[in-house]
Design a protein around this ligand. Structure first.
Ligand code: ATP
Ligand code: LTN
Length: 335
């Protein structure tokens, strides 16, 4: 957070996660952990981006449950509805409207270059829809509607924030000052947690379960996945992303959940083997994720409460979004 003089500036913060797919520790360390810290002193809006989820194969009959579950996950992971606004993207129609308007100023070439588009169109060859290509425009609409200063996300979303900045600048140039130009906020460490089975690739929701630790995995699953995690040749426990990507990833995860630095951990495990590191990391993760599992179980029985939080969130989000869209419509000659 920036400070001017002694008074900390209150930032407008926006971020979102799709309702589909179970969250893993990469999502937590890259995004949600930052949200929980930022909500203390800033104006935060956290969205469940259901419209984005429609761009990959999904089952309509399960979507409402997944949305509710994601709200529960936000709360269980520490998002506080008294401090932050939590809402569902499709319930605030201004997101779709602004996305259409921004479509008209975004070059197709810019969208074709997006890494996520290229990867997803390879992964879902049968369903390369226009929504997948236009995905970053809807994301720009999400962010720009709330006059956002910072967007806490993991490394993989950085490119989408860059295109959001380009779109905001272009709109302001063409139609007059309307949008704030937001900045991505990546965590100092943990912006790209790697897969347990292929440690040169990022941990991902859409890869096989053994490649990731789910935020709500049971203790036995955590232990089995960590013990099977791919490590590297050699025996020493030393951080080196290039030569030892597997061990380095485990050290990063260990450091972020324990609060110990990687240097301290290298010292702690000096002369010890990979099995010892893994055993200790499993125990740490089992204990650290215990409160998430407990809170989630509690919230699963409180559907009415969770729905009320989303309704309050929708109302708050709607007020901000409709004010921005009124300005946009005016600037574009629609009113
Ligand atoms: P997929 O790989 O299927 O696209 P995902 O696991 O990347 O899904 P998202 O919903 O795209 O999940 O990401 C939600 C948030 O978590 C984003 O802010 C993203 O940057 C962050 N994130 C995702 N994967 C990681 C990771 N491996 N390390 C750190 N942050 C991550
Ligand atoms: N594309 C993001 C999800 C997302 C988002 C946003 C993140 C949609 N709209 C606005 C930050 C701000 C992803 O994590 N896959």
């Amino acid at each position: 957070m920036t400070t001017r003089g002694l008074t900390p500036t209150i930032m407008k913060v926006f971020s979102g996660i799709q309702p589909t797919g179970a969250l893993h520790i990469g999502n937590y360390l890259g995004a949600i952990k930052q949200w929980v810290e930022l909500q203390e002193k800033n104006e935060c809006v956290f969205c469940i981006v259901d419209l984005h989820a429609l761009t990959s194969p999904y089952q309509p009959e399960t979507l409402q449950n997944l949305i509710l579950e994601k709200a529960i996950v936000y709360l269980a992971a520490g998002v506080n509805p008294e401090k932050a606004t939590i809402f569902v993207q499709s319930e605030v129609k201004e997101h779709s409207e602004l996305a259409w308007l921004l479509n008209t100023i975004t070059p197709i070439g810019d969208l074709n270059r997006m890494t996520q588009y290229k990867e997803k169109s390879k992964k879902f060859k049968q369903n390369v829809n226009a929504g997948l290509l236009n995905y970053p425009i809807l994301m720009a609409a999400d962010i720009l509607l709330y006059q956002t200063d910072i967007v806490p996300v993991g490394q993989d979303q950085k490119q989408h924030i860059e295109i959001t900045r380009t779109i905001a600048r272009k709109f302001n140039q063409k139609f007059g000052q309307t949008f704030k130009v937001p900045e991505a906020k990546l965590p100092n460490a943990g912006a790209k947690i790697m897969s347990l089975t292929q440690p040169t690739k990022k941990m991902s929701k859409t890869d096989p379960p053994e490649s990731r630790i789910g935020l709500f995995d049971e203790p036995e699953e955590i232990k089995a996945k960590i013990m099977k995690a791919v490590t590297d040749t050699g025996k020493t426990i030393k951080y080196n992303e290039k030569l030892k990507p597997g061990v380095s990833n485990l050290l990063t995860i260990y450091s972020l959940f324990s609060g110990k630095t990687v240097k301290e951990l290298e010292k702690k495990f000096k002369g010890k083997g990979y099995a010892e590191l893994k055993k200790s990391l499993s125990e740490l993760l089992i204990n650290s994720l215990e409160s998430f599992r407990r809170k989630k179980k509690e919230l699963l029985c409180r559907e009415v409460y969770v729905k009320e939080i989303l309704e309050q969130g929708r109302k708050r989000a709607q007020i901000i979004a409709s004010s921005t869209i009124a300005d946009v419509r005016k600037k574009m000659g629609l009113t």
